[in-house]
Design a protein around this ligand. Structure first.
Ligand code: TPP
Ligand code: MG
Length: 292
């Protein structure tokens, strides 16, 4: 049903939405490019996850989040927490796209004295809100931050990106209960369901489905989308932005290696080894995908 306040769909508004989606797709392409460039520096790493979550990060950083690139500690900024420290490569790729870290710095990724270590460190990297490593703590921190912001009367929002492996952690569900108990509608959790963990497919490690039902049972407003479909992500984030009264979670089904067919079907994708001659093939495939 269309509410009375919904503006009518016109050719102009359709065109505007197409431009918006196209702009985000271009950003997602550059985030993937950045991730491949960093991956090549080390020859291996969490590259499949970075490619998989690039569309989500592009929507968040170029369309949803309020921040000032030149002032990463701006008190009114929306906070984007990376619960999953091993996804640091993905966030560096997005922070460069967002102008929070210089693109030239990406080539220092994982080197001694770099501000971009392989696992997320808040004290090293501008825009990295929390340190990572031990899984299952991001949502608890997000809940505390969101409570603090509410006490201060600060309307900033708190996002937390979790992985499907983090749904194995009791601390995640404890935080989910607390967040819903306090009615923290300034929190948006985003779960990257890539169906994989370090020890193999998620379904074999620990059965967490049906995931949406679980979050709803814990008092959350929950939606599920194809996390590699930019248009679907934009609609979902727009919907969550309007929700009031409880925290929101967006379950994103993503494909490891998305955008690079060579890497999409790779074995041992949790920590991927890419041969020296394959990086250029990967970049070429990525570019071909953009023009399709
Ligand atoms: C508390 C904790 N337990 C175990 C680990 C070891 N560990 C590192 S990554 C990982 C896989 C977690 O699943 P997920 O994040 O979904 O993996 P991915 O999608 O990146 O393959 C595990 C178990 C950890 N970092 N922290
Ligand atoms: Mg996973």
């Amino acid at each position: 049903m269309t509410s009375l306040s919904t503006p009518p769909v016109t050719a102009d508004s359709t065109r505007g939405q197409e431009d918006r989606i196209d702009r985000i797709r271009q950003a997602a392409y550059r985030i993937r490019r950045n991730a491949l460039d960093m991956g090549e520096v080390q020859g291996q790493g969490y590259i499949g996850q970075a490619l998989g979550v690039a569309d989500v990060l592009a929507v968040v950083y170029t369309d949803q989040l309020r921040y000032r690139p030149e002032d990463p500690h701006w008190p009114d900024r929306d906070r984007f927490l990376l619960s999953i420290g091993h996804y640091a490569i993905a966030l560096y790729a997005a922070l460069a796209e967002a102008g929070i870290i210089p693109a030239e710095e990406l080539e220092t990724y994982g080197s001694d004295d770099s501000r971009l270590p392989m696992s997320a460190m808040a004290s090293y990297t501008p825009g990295m809100e929390i340190s990572g490593g031990s899984l299952g703590h991001g949502l608890g921190v997000a809940t505390g931050m969101a409570l603090g912001l509410r006490h201060l009367g600060n309307p900033a929002r708190v996002f937390d990106l979790l992985s499907d492996g983090e749904l194995d952690e009791g601390s995640t569900w404890e935080a989910a209960l607390a967040c819903a108990h306090h009615g923290l509608d300034n929190v948006t959790a985003v779960v990257d369901v890539n169906a994989l963990q370090a020890d193999g497919p998620t379904a074999g490690v620990l059965r967490t489905e049906p995931v949406v039902d679980k979050w709803r049972a814990f008092g959350w407003h929950a939606l599920r989308v194809d996390g590699n479909d930019v248009a679907a992500l934009v609609d979902a984030f727009d919907e969550l932005r309007e929700h009031r009264g409880s925290p929101s979670v967006l379950i994103c089904d993503t494909r490891i290696g998305s955008g690079v067919p060579l890497l999409e079907g790779r074995e041992k994708a949790h920590f991927m080894r890419v041969e020296p001659h394959e990086w250029q093939i990967a970049r070429d495939q990525l570019e071909e995908g953009l023009s399709r």
